[in-house]
Design a protein around this ligand. Structure first.
Ligand code: SAH
Ligand code: SF4
Ligand code: F3S
Length: 471
């Protein structure tokens, strides 16, 4: 049994890891034919992409995916620890599964993802959730088929969570949710250790994939008809630093652009590592989408320092303006935390000022959630909950005002949209523009899902735009 340990998870050394080619254990291939599975995903895009790998691993075991957990023989919760409500949702689901298991004795329940990396979660599972069949960490996910097989064969709870990353696994199978848009991991882990954040503990140190592996994956996506790739990492801007002397995200973006896939996105960018070279490359290639997620977290230098973000409001704004000036028509989105311990009304007003300056196109806003084991959870939190909720509401009002204002400027303009489907409600097509705006549109003519078409915008809303197909 391997149990997680945050102290170990914190350690970062220069030890070389090996690249290992994944091989499926042929003895258990299709062993569970006729059985079904359901995965519930709670986290970020990386977590979603992990679910695509897990889904393929379970399919190789013989399981077939169903979309109702009550119909499944195996239910896997792919969890997230970023905020307390993600935690609570997963535990809520475990409550429902406990009931289900009383009726369906053979139901197999497992937990993976970032919560599996937390000692307090695993302690609780060991103590109060003995009926959970297995827990598997983010670093050993590739071993899932064997763990499941062992849990079933031995009829005993399996806990396998390595506190630290091991080798870099290439060639994991993947069952992608979308036929036209694909996630491609470029770097795992995070070394930034922002004081509020669990990711450096749950995902380990930064490890870049070799550029050839990434480019080959994208080449095969292109030949499979994919139109868009999103390069993934908790901090994609650190790409290459651990692996190459002189090859960065700017170089990778350029090589991917030259492969000719119509749309390239990347997320998430930490402002600290955003270089001029990157901005130049993004501006130079039409197939690198002019839409950048640039989390700011706070507009107060005092709070940014407490958060360990490594930039000031001024340096963030300088970067923001450079991007706006160099990349034509770019939209910028952000993440903001309110109610950080010791955030004063003055600090909060500075965040509002920054939003008034940046006029973001989209944003995710959160109330600070103390995470066990992180430095920020130990700072005395003197902001009352009610005040935090009010700040979030005030912030959202200002953010929403700019979303709508920016969208209004697009009325009567024609935008390129990658068509993703038809929405049931309105019988309208939907998809995203190059600038990452959600667009619902009508068309007299049949449109192929997966095509990039022109849409004339007829009406702006806060979170989406309506339009009509434009020939
Ligand atoms: N790697 C990304 C962030 C990933 S987490 C980056 O640094 O840009 C996504 C967002 O969740 C963060 O940007 C932050 O705004 C929010 N977040 C992370 N930890 C949090 C916490 N403890 N409480 C509230 N929000 C948090
Ligand atoms: Fe968390 Fe900061 Fe790393 Fe983002 S950069 S994942 S917020 S530690
Ligand atoms: Fe959540 Fe882990 Fe992603 S904590 S946000 S699933 S890296």
């Amino acid at each position: 049994m391997h149990l997680p340990n945050y102290m170990e998870a914190r350690t970062r050394d220069k030890r070389n890891y090996k690249k290992i080619s994944f091989k499926f254990d042929s003895k258990i291939k299709n062993k569970y034919k006729g059985k079904t599975f359901f995965i519930k995903t709670y986290g970020c895009q990386m977590n979603e992409h992990d679910s695509e790998n897990i889904s393929a691993l379970l399919t190789s075991l013989g399981f077939k995916e169903v979309n109702d957990y009550q119909m499944a023989d195996l239910v896997l919760l792919n969890t997230c620890s970023i905020r307390e409500n993600a935690h609570n949702k997963a535990f809520g689901m475990l409550g429902r599964l406990k009931h289900l298991k009383q009726e369906k004795k053979d139901l197999i329940v497992g937990l993976c993802g970032c919560m599996a990396q937390e000692a307090i979660v695993v302690d609780e599972i060991l103590k109060d959730y003995k009926w959970v069949n297995f827990v598997i960490g983010t670093h050993n996910m590739y071993n899932l088929p064997n763990i499941i097989d062992k849990a079933i064969e031995e009829n005993s709870q399996q806990i396998e969570v390595y506190s630290r990353e091991g080798d870099l696994i290439e060639g994991l199978p993947v069952k992608r949710v979308n036929d036209f848009k694909a996630y491609v991991n470029i770097i795992y882990g995070c070394d930034k250790f922002c004081t509020y954040c669990v990711v450096p503990y749950t995902r380990g140190r930064e490890r870049s994939r070799e550029k050839e592996d990434i480019l080959n994956e994208i080449k095969s996506l292109i030949s499979d008809g994919y139109k868009e790739v999103t390069l993934l990492g908790q901090n994609v801007n650190a790409y290459g630093k651990d692996l190459y002397e002189d090859y960065t995200l700017a170089n990778l973006l350029e090589e991917v652009a030259l492969l000719g896939i119509p749309r390239i996105r990347f997320t998430t960018s930490h402002p600290w590592d955003f270089t001029d070279n990157m901005i130049e490359i993004i501006g130079k290639y039409d197939n690198i989408m002019p839409s950048i997620h640039l989390p700011v977290q706070s507009g107060s230098n005092r709070v940014l320092k407490l958060m360990g973000r490594r930039y000031t409001k001024e340096s963030y704004l300088e970067l923001f303006n450079k991007i706006k000036d160099t990349v034509k028509g770019v939209t910028i989105s952000t993440d903001i935390i309110v109610g950080f311990p010791k955030e004063t009304e003055e600090d909060f007003k500075e965040t509002l000022d920054l939003v008034n300056t940046c006029k973001y196109d989209n944003a995710f806003s959160f109330i600070f959630s103390p995470r066990e084991g992180t430095p920020a959870s130990k700072i005395k939190d003197d902001v009352p909950q009610k005040e935090k909720e009010e700040r979030l509401q005030r912030l959202n009002e200002v953010l929403n005002k700019y979303f709508l204002e920016n969208n209004k400027k697009l009325e009567n303009k024609v935008l390129p949209v990658l068509v993703e489907g038809i929405s049931d409600k309105k019988n309208m097509y939907y998809g995203y523009s190059d600038t990452n705006k959600l667009i619902n549109f009508s068309s007299d003519k049949d449109i192929n899902i997966g095509d990039i078409v022109n849409v004339k915008i007829t009406k702006a809303k806060t979170w989406s735009l309506d339009g009509e197909y434009y020939e």
